[in-house]
Design a binder for this molecule. Structure first.
Ligand code: FES
Ligand code: FES
Length: 161
């Protein structure tokens, strides 16, 4: 076991983990931040997406010990300080970018990361960015629309709709 410390959603946290403990396990089981989901555990679905030092990471692909000293942001840290939904979260609600909601935390974290580096992405850029995030329900169109809206762009009918 080794002791680790990191900042999660602006708060300092620490814990004891085994070398094999994944970041997603530390977040969900030790910190009880269960908004980060596990859909596959094999790096394919993106449900476990968080930000580590500002970069989008699938938290099932990283050991908790590797995040020692890092700044981590999860879906629980996405809302505004007053508890209102973030622009991206609100757009997902407004454009019905979710159905069962299982993929949604990962989708929102992926979308936030995209808009952080590309504030006005094209539809194609959004679709390419979401390649690592699987949604079994929506068919993706409304997710794409939500991200277009969150970026302040017009929301045209999307391709292949
Ligand atoms: S649980 Fe991490 S990619 Fe699916
Ligand atoms: S809303 Fe159900 S998996 Fe995406």
């Amino acid at each position: 076991m080794s002791k680790i410390s990191m900042t999660v959603n602006g708060k300092s946290v620490s814990g004891e983990v085994e070398g094999r403990t994944l970041l997603v396990e530390f977040l969900r089981e030790d910190l009880k931040l269960t908004g980060t989901h596990v859909g596959c555990d094999t790096s394919q679905c993106g449900a476990c997406t968080v930000h580590v030092d500002g970069k989008q990471v699938k938290s099932c692909t990283m050991f908790a010990a590797e995040a020692d000293g890092a700044e981590v942001k999860t879906i629980e840290g996405e809302a505004n300080a007053d508890g209102s939904l973030s622009v991206v979260q609100q757009a997902f609600q407004d454009y019905h970018g979710l159905q069962c909601g299982f993929c949604t935390p990962g989708m929102v974290m992926a979308a936030t990361a995209l808009l952080g580096k590309n504030p006005k992405p094209t539809e194609l850029e959004i679709r390419e960015h979401l390649e690592g995030n699987i949604c079994r329900c929506t068919g993706y169109h409304n997710i794409v629309k939500a991200i277009m809206a969150a970026s302040g762009q017009d929301v045209p009918a999307v391709a292949a709709e």
